[in-house]
Design a protein around this ligand. Structure first.
Ligand code: ADP
Length: 294
């Protein structure tokens, strides 16, 4: 089957200058810019309390920002029309499923809202993810409820799928495999998938792109393999570092002052750039990136 990719460059989601603050606390999102393109799978990484849920709710138009704008498929997220709304799937961190319903009843109810509904996919996932359609939802385990909530969000084949900590209730062993399968469900249609996590191992071999949320902004977004390939740590005097960055055409991501006028610079090299002979740059892993950038 030939994959179908939307013939458009319109971002699935575009946030510009978005700020959100809760009463009596500093801004959670602070002039944040972010763009998600068709076909992108993005893992949103940030520490607990960094604002991931706030960001995803704002992206979906569920929360009005104090400043800035959000567009989904080129429309204002706060006033989406029904056809555009039907292109979005959302799995919140805590889904309120109707506990007295059975999964079959729940899915039949949601089906009535959507013009498109892939019954074969629903049935396939129900059996593969081991959810009995005729048992009351209140008797399902936390992980089964989460999976049911995901099936509900996949059934209408959304072009933008947003998942807030989608594997939080699953055991560690199954998390990454499950995420891979989940992402596979939507990728062949050129959809955009964004999921938040604070667990690094979830991202390996799953998220093609990683976005770091830090201090109210997306500090960096790039494909994971490129980051691991291109990011290096250098140490030297401030003057040497400035000269080196210029010479390498590298983008400094984080500067940490050391003693005696020296600093450590985490920098991203241009694509396919090799380090000149005599220049020592340490490779970093995802743990280091997380620690330094969030
Ligand atoms: P994350 O999903 O990254 O853990 P959240 O978006 O849930 O972060 O929260 C970001 C910050 O905003 C936290 O400090 C949290 O305490 C605060 N916060 C979240 N929701 C509310 C709310 N409804 N009222 C006040 N503060 C909130």
């Amino acid at each position: 089957m030939t994959p179908h990719f939307p013939h458009t460059d319109t971002p699935s989601a575009e946030l510009s200058g978005v700020s959100v603050a809760y009463p009596k606390s500093p801004a959670v999102l602070d002039g944040l810019d972010w763009s998600l393109k068709p076909g992108q799978v993005v893992g949103l990484l940030g520490r607990n309390g960094a604002g991931k849920t706030t960001l995803l709710e704002t992206l979906l138009g569920l929360r009005e920002p104090d400043a800035g704008h959000v567009q989904l498929f080129g429309q204002d997220a706060l006033t989406l029309d029904d056809a555009t709304r039907a292109r979005i799937g959302y799995v919140p961190q805590h889904s309120d499923l109707f506990e007295g319903f059975t999964p079959a009843q729940l899915l039949a109810y949601f089906k009535s809202f959507y013009p498109r509904w892939n019954e074969a996919k629903v049935e396939g996932l129900m059996s593969r993810w081991d959810i009995r359609p005729d048992q009351p939802i209140r008797k399902l385990s936390g992980g089964q409820k989460q999976r049911l909530s995901i099936i509900r969000a996949l059934a209408h084949e959304p072009d933008l799928l947003v998942l807030d900590e989608p594997v939080a209730s699953l055991d560690p062993a199954g998390r990454r495999d499950f995420l891979r399968e989940l992402v596979g469900q939507v990728l062949d249609r050129g959809a955009t998938v964004v999921f938040s996590t604070h667990i690094l191992s979830d991202l390996e071999r799953v998220a093609f792109n990683i976005a770091f949320l830090s201090q109210g902004r997306i500090a960096l977004q790039a494909p994971l393999d490129e980051l691991l390939d291109q990011v290096r740590a250098f140490t030297g005097s401030v003057t040497e570092m400035a000269a080196l960055m210029g010479r390498l055409g590298a983008e400094p991501l984080k500067r940490t002052p050391l003693e005696a006028g020296r600093e450590r610079v985490l920098a991203r090299l241009p694509a396919q750039a090799a380090l000149p002979a005599g220049v020592a740059g340490e490779r970093v892993n995802l743990d280091d990136l997380f620690t330094e950038l969030t």
